[in-house]
Design a protein. Sequence first.
Length: 48
Amino acid sequence: MPYLKALAAGVLVGALYVVVRVKSPAPPPVALFGLLGMLAGEALLAAL
């Protein structure tokens, strides 16, 4: 449930950035894939 709330908040903020025409301060896609890898590794170790 916290993940869905975080996703919804991110979508809402992204939509507001488009409306206000502000450039997103989000990191480049490479950094986002790194974070995804970190989460996957954490989940994998927690499952063991």
